[in-house]
Design a protein around this ligand. Structure first.
Ligand SMILES: [Zn+2]
Length: 54
């Protein structure tokens, strides 16, 4: 069963984030997605240098 946003009742995405731009919870979605991107960038940057031998 899909989870729904408590603010706008839109079905959340697979990460439990509301993708409704008009929803107050979308601000949180944007912050989380930005953090995800930065984490992904940091991961690939470190993976480049340290895990190439694996
Ligand atoms: Zn929402």
């Amino acid at each position: 069963m899909k989870k729904r946003c408590v603010f706008c009742h839109k079905v959340l995405d697979e990460k439990g984030r509301c993708q409704n731009k008009a929803c107050p919870d979308y601000i949180r979605t944007q912050i989380l997605e930005k953090a995800d991107k930065e984490a992904a960038n940091a991961d690939s940057a470190t993976a480049d240098g340290t895990s190439s031998g694996k």
